[in-house]
Unconditional design. Structure first.
Length: 153
């Protein structure tokens, strides 16, 4: 699995909406400015996330976007699957986007077996991490002091 720029921007936009979940709406310009995402590209991404049920929008002067459900109900796996497709590194081990392998014997393929383990690990982590968890991590990282190894001498 490789996260595209579109996938990264989608997660960053959802993170902003999660951090500001208590607000009625967040203007698209605020998300664009805060995350340095081109506004036109962000509009396309948010429309896609809206059609998938991750966000809601409201037009007008007081308009903007908000999460369609609580941040703890939106998983990384669900968002990445929607934006990117399969979480699996090869299509023959994908549970939701399976495609027949080109190898001679799928059931005895060592590479497929290893890639299935990789897929399982990715799914296990991505299903566990929610937008709420990303928000918690963001707050924790913003409050933690710099690691002494981060200082430039």
């Amino acid at each position: 699995m490789r996260l595209s720029l579109r996938g990264e921007y989608a997660l960053r936009a959802l993170l902003v909406l999660g951090l500001r979940y208590d607000e009625p709406q967040v203007r698209i310009q605020a998300i664009s400015d805060q995350q340095n995402i081109p506004k036109r590209f962000l509009e396309q991404i948010l429309n896609d996330l809206k059609s998938a049920g991750f966000v809601q929008s409201r037009r007008g002067v007081a308009g903007g976007y908000r999460l369609a459900k609580p941040p703890e109900d939106i998983t990384l796996a669900a968002v990445v699957r929607h934006i990117e497709g399969a979480l699996a590194p090869v299509s023959c081990v994908s549970e939701q986007f399976y495609e027949k392998c080109s190898c001679p014997d799928e059931s005895r393929c060592a590479i497929r077996s290893a890639m299935k383990e990789v897929r399982d690990a990715i799914v296990r982590v991505a299903d566990r991490i929610t937008i709420a968890e990303l928000c918690r991590r963001t707050r924790d990282l913003q409050q933690s002091p710099l690691d002494p190894l981060d200082y430039v001498i």
